[in-house]
Design a binder for this molecule. Structure first.
Ligand code: ZN
Length: 184
């Protein structure tokens, strides 16, 4: 749970630190506004992916399931700036599938907290393996990091791509090739 008072104090100090006048009109409501926003941006910390992935349906087929272009917004833990983009998720069911919206909800659980892209990718793959027990799971994330495009090397539009493979995806390269074909 977020502590509104602590966040408000911290934002006031931060504003003073960058040389702002915290009492000017445009900033008067800012600490409270940020405290409220944090509930949403970091709300994933209070959630558990099992709530979304434990509700499975039985299926006969064990063909690859892909949900692509899941838009997400997260926050880089090194700079507390946004990184955002698309997540693509594939899994090979072992008799069980979940509703497709549940994959997007799982991405939200892990994106709405301070994150690193590599860690976000791995956590989604691990949650799939843990709560759905598929034969394998693959998660690919393409994202733009504001800490890279607003400052520093300033390459707008440059994207970081991360990939996490679990189960049969680790041992069967043909499955990964099939994923990339289906992604196109
Ligand atoms: Zn960063």
């Amino acid at each position: 749970m977020t502590d509104h008072e602590k966040i408000k104090q911290a934002v006031r100090l931060f504003l003073e630190g960058i040389g702002e006048d915290v009492s000017r009109e445009g900033l008067r409501e800012t600490p409270e506004r940020i405290a409220r926003m944090c509930e949403e941006l970091y709300g994933g910390m209070d959630q558990d992916a099992s709530a979304h992935l434990a509700k499975t349906f039985n299926v006969e087929s064990s063909g690859m399931v892909i949900e692509k272009d899941i838009t997400f917004y997260s926050t880089c833990e090194h700079h507390i700036l946004p990184f955002y983009g698309k997540a693509h998720i594939a899994y090979i069911p072992d008799g069980k599938v979940v509703g497709l919206s549940k994959l997007a909800r799982t991405v939200e659980v892990y994106a709405r907290r301070l994150q690193l892209q590599e860690q976000l990718t791995g956590q989604i793959a691990d949650a799939l393996m843990k709560y759905m027990q598929p034969k394998g799971a693959l998660v690919m994330i393409e994202a733009e990091h504001m800490c890279m495009t607003m400052r520093g090397i300033k390459k707008p539009g440059s994207r970081t791509v991360t990939l996490a493979k679990r189960g049969v995806f680790e041992t069967d390269p043909a499955l990964e090739e099939q994923f990339f074909r289906m992604l196109r």
